[in-house]
Design a protein around this ligand. Sequence first.
Ligand SMILES: [Zn+2]
Length: 96
Amino acid sequence: MEIKANPNHVCFKCGHKMESALQGEEFFWDAAADGVVFHGGGSYGSMAYDSVVNDIGVNLVVCDECLKKNKNRLQEIKINFKELNKMLKNKEKSHE
Ligand SMILES: [Zn+2]
């Protein structure tokens, strides 16, 4: 699966247009300037996007302003990238 930088992100909630935060190169993920790109392979139980059923996932972008205004509707998740990278490296070593 390859995701290319999208120069025309549009906020799912308010329609605000955003450029890609990634310029000049191709990446395997995408990022919006002033927003968050959510990548979903679908979800079991969804009648709209269950990728197990039809191989179609979904990307959606929400601008930072809408995220801040609606913070009470989301769940923040603490992500410790240092620990995550350590875990991934240890997992790689165990497969060598
Ligand atoms: Zn918005």
